[in-house]
Design a protein around this ligand. Structure first.
Ligand SMILES: Cc1ncc(COP(=O)(O)O)c(C=O)c1O
Length: 408
């Protein structure tokens, strides 16, 4: 549901802006909590770190899935403790480890990082419980592991464990895995959860001590257009409850975490941009919008992919590319006439195309175009410094209908 009235009003002040809808975030986060009782959700801050959005999600009882020290700090500033800030990212610096170890649960991403965590904890004179991100011996679809930049291969974990268990300043108490994002098949994800619970049992046996937590990672996708079916969270929630019940006696102390960025906030955001100019060149009509590639990159990436691949079934590569037809372009005009146009932007590059030769209601200078489902991996992955143009405003629509600055 577009907040058309609010969008048109804000367009009087801003040439381009994101509008994040609190009501939608509250609906999505409440729904997850109801459907997955007993699970501690973690918000993947990288999806959308704007303070108003972050506060709204954390106020729903979500913890923080931090992908950087800065995101750890955001959780800390919100008053969260170590059990609610899980810091998992590849290639952390020494400073990252030193500053995060006392205030978050650090998830080691490599064999070397576990060793460095022992050194850091010893230097600080503390003992820390840590997790390890695993690259398991399975994928969503296969029962063999793949090579990955992320985590520690499961077999390497078992090889190193005797050494790690003897370390004085750290204890491995939990595991994390995340295999991919934007999965739309809840059955496949439920099968993945099943494999993860078995993995937790194997790890616990190897630890010889109760596994205190398992972070199942993310994966839940969102329907970016009305043509896509929504992800079946009720089914996945039911399966998660069934697995938690089934493994309760085997994993009595294991707290279950699930991460999500896009499911919490992806559908809450709308990108809005105004027509700045319109021209015809050799029979082709161009509508030029404010902040295209440099405001909301997703549509431009899709055009780029279609030019080079011309394969409508091209697999997604999140969060930069979801599919060729995954952004709805909604002109907020009603002149009753249609026109075939190419939507482009003001950058000095031909790559800032939003869509080529599409039939839309006729657009004129000053009109507004809205693109829904732009709440996650939208503003944060767009090259806003390009040409030093004024970036889109970040606005937050409160549940009481007030529009406030999302960056405060
Ligand atoms: C480790 C990890 N956790 C969580 C997420 C968040 O995924 P999403 O926003 O799709 O829920 C990602 C996304 O890349 C990730 O890499």
């Amino acid at each position: 549901m577009l907040n058309q009235e609010v969008i048109l009003q804000q367009a009087q002040t801003h040439d381009s802006f994101y509008l994040y809808d609190e009501t939608r975030i509250l609906e999505n986060t409440r729904q997850l909590k109801e459907e997955f009782p007993g699970v501690q959700f973690l918000y993947s801050v990288k999806a959308n770190p704007y303070p108003a959005v972050l506060r709204c999600v954390l106020n729903q009882g979500f913890g923080v899935d931090a992908a950087s020290l800065a995101e750890v700090r955001m959780g800390q500033k919100a008053g969260l403790g170590k059990a609610e800030i899980l810091y998992s990212a590849p290639a952390k610096t020494d400073r990252d480890l030193q500053e995060a170890i006392g205030v978050s649960t650090v998830i080691a991403d490599s064999v070397g990082e576990v060793d460095r965590l022992q050194d850091v904890a010893a230097q600080l004179g503390i003992h820390a419980e840590i997790g390890v991100r695993l690259n398991p011996n399975f994928t969503y679809t296969e029962d063999v592991g793949i090579s990955a930049k992320f985590g520690v291969d499961e077999e390497q974990f078992y090889e190193n464990l005797p050494r790690w268990k003897a370390m004085e300043n750290i204890t491995i108490t939990g595991i994390h895995a995340h295999l991919h994002s934007q999965e739309m098949d809840a059955h496949l994800m439920a099968a993945y959860y099943g494999k993860m619970f078995k993995l937790a049992q194997r790890v616990q046996e190897a630890l010889g001590a109760p596994l205190k937590f398992m972070n199942l990672g993310s994966g839940m996708g969102i329907n970016f257009t009305e043509r896509m079916q929504p992800f079946d969270t009720p089914y996945l929630g039911k399966e998660a409850r069934r697995l938690m019940e089934q493994f309760r006696s085997a994993l009595p102390q294991t707290k279950i975490y699930i991460e999500t960025g896009r499911y919490a906030v992806g559908k809450s955001g709308t990108y809005c941009t105004k027509v700045l100019d319109k021209k015809v060149s050799r029979g082709k009509t161009y509508v030029l919008l404010a902040n295209t590639l440099n405001g909301f990159m997703r549509p431009s990436t899709a055009v780029m992919m279609s030019k080079y691949m011309q394969d409508p079934t091209a697999p997604s590569w999140e969060p930069m590319f979801t599919g060729l037809d995954t952004v709805d372009i909604l002109p907020l005009t009603d002149r009753g006439e249609k026109e075939t146009v190419t939507l482009a932007g003001s950058l000095c590059t031909g790559t800032d195309l939003v869509a080529e030769d599409i039939c839309l209601p006729r657009l004129e200078r000053g009109d507004v175009v809205a693109m829904p489902n732009a709440g996650a991996y939208a503003a944060v992955v767009s090259p806003m410094q390009f040409a030093s143009l004024v970036p889109p405003a970040q606005l937050f629509l409160t549940k009481d209908g007030q529009v406030v600055d999302a960056t405060r």
